[in-house]
Design a protein around this ligand. Structure first.
Ligand SMILES: Cc1cc2nc3c(=O)[nH]c(=O)nc-3n(C[C@H](O)[C@H](O)[C@H](O)COP(=O)(O)OP(=O)(O)OC[C@H]3O[C@@H](n4cnc5c(N)ncnc54)[C@H](O)[C@@H]3O)c2cc1C
Length: 391
């Protein structure tokens, strides 16, 4: 097989893996992707998409397809969960688009994954394989091999690990042990629009900040669904993203909050639970012909709503570097890492700080409300420009 036509291998077919496959193929580079699950699937929950992801999606021609299923909220609001008082309202309309050049949207995880999957399925340079777990790999200098769960050994030009927070490949590339358990836990649920009390349905992204808790809700899928995420402090640990959460445990943390919060929380019968983890930022996630991407490279807490946005930025930057240096993939991977690690590291660190900020109590909460409540619209935009104005 000619070197240029030998595929780059990708392990993991989540949001990061699929957009990486598509971005590479879009630049004419063949890929072969292995997903361990029997199908490409996302958990039932919403995802916020900052203007920075749309800049990337526009480059690979997927912006309109993602927006077609999404909801574009008119504003983000932060409210005090104990008093109901509005702390700040940030408009996301024309002024926001003018400032950042792109919209802010919210969508169902399954919808964005389906868009990426359809794009991949329509590209002849992409081979997608499910029920294929990558168990091991070897870098032979001028190519790599991976060993799959069925014992098969597959050869490729290089390997990109998009295998998420608990990446096995990261163990050998970075070797920094298990993810850090944050002590925060998220419960999520999705309602049909008609199941949301009419006086509580809002087109905006609303965040209720409470002591050691916050609660976010917003519409999904062109407004047909409604996404709810309740976060509180807990030392519970369970690997993965889909365990069932106890309603009684959650209620203990929210019961003193305003009726708008409680009435909304009461609507969900079965909560699914995420134990929130991240890692310390690192700058070396590439070794020879193997590199990491998305949560495998820089898992972050969700408080800036950026993990999938960062994975998408990674994918497009990586494809640019590979296209610029097609005969030297170790150099292309290093150049990708070099361009990404400070931005993703800053986002990892800032996400932790935003978490503290949302969950502030007492004097700290008062100071937060004063600081962000007194900002003008332009000052709010300036404050997030480092993130939304990039990459
Ligand atoms: C509560 C919460 C809210 C969030 N909200 C937002 C938000 O609003 N906006 C945003 O941008 N981000 C958000 N995120 C972050 C975002 O969900 C993640 O950053 C993103 O999904 C990471 O994608 P990934 O493809 O890197 O990893 P994953 O989604 O974890 O995908 C990894 C894939 O690899 C597969 N896999 C694993 N091991 C193997 C193997 N050995 N072989 C083959 N396949 C394998 C898995 O089955 C999976 O399909 C949120 C996260 C949480 C927890």
């Amino acid at each position: 097989m000619a070197r240029g036509s030998e595929p780059i291998l990708i392990s993991g077919g989540g949001i990061g893996g699929l957009i990486t496959a598509f971005s590479l193929a879009h630049r004419g580079i063949p890929v072969r992707l292995f997903e361990q699950s029997p199908e490409f699937k996302e958990v039932g929950a919403g995802i916020q998409l900052g203007p920075n992801i749309f800049k990337m999606l526009e480059k690979v021609g997927l912006k309109e397809a993602v927006l077609a299923d999404a909801h574009v909220p008119p504003a983000q609001e932060m409210r005090d969960a104990l008093t109901g008082k509005l702390i700040t309202r940030i408009p996301l309309g024309d002024d926001f688009r003018r400032r950042f050049g792109q919209p802010y949207a919210v969508t169902h995880r399954a919808d964005i994954l389906a868009t990426f999957l359809k794009a991949c399925q329509g590209n002849d340079l992409i081979q997608l394989e499910t029920s294929r777990r990558v168990d091991d790999f070897a870098d032979h200098g001028d190519h790599v091999t991976v060993t799959l769960n069925n014992g098969e050994t597959v050869r490729g030009r290089a390997l990109i690990a998009c295998d998420g927070m608990w990446s096995k490949i990261r163990e050998r590339i970075v070797g920094d042990g298990k993810p850090r358990v944050s002590g925060h836990i998220a419960y999520r649920g999705v309602l049909k629009k008609e199941d949301v009390p009419a006086d509580l349905w809002r087109p905006d992204v609303i965040l209720w900040a409470g002591p050691r808790t916050h609660f976010v809700h917003y519409p999904l899928r062109r407004g047909e669904l409604y996404n709810l995420v309740a976060v509180f402090h807990s030392d519970h640990y369970e690997e993965g993203w889909d365990a069932e959460g106890s309603k009684d445990v959650m209620w203990q943390h929210f019961k003193m909050q305003v009726p708008e919060v409680l009435r909304m929380l009461e609507r969900i019968d079965t909560w699914r639970m995420w134990v929130l983890c991240d890692r310390e930022p690192v700058k070396d996630w590439t070794k020879g012909n193997v590199t990491l991407l998305g949560d495998a490279a820089h898992p972050m807490l969700q408080y800036l709503a950026q993990g999938a946005c960062m994975a998408t930025e990674d994918a497009v930057v990586l494809a640019d570097k590979v296209a610029a240096s097609p005969d030297d993939l170790p150099a292309a991977f290093k150049a990708y890492q070099q361009e990404r690690y400070l931005r993703t590291g800053r986002t990892q660190i800032m996400a932790r700080i935003y978490g503290e900020f949302y969950h502030a109590r007492g004097v700290a909460a008062e100071l937060r409300d004063m600081a962000i409540g007194s900002r003008t619209q332009e000052q709010s935009y300036d404050g997030i420009n480092w993130l939304y104005g990039g990459p």
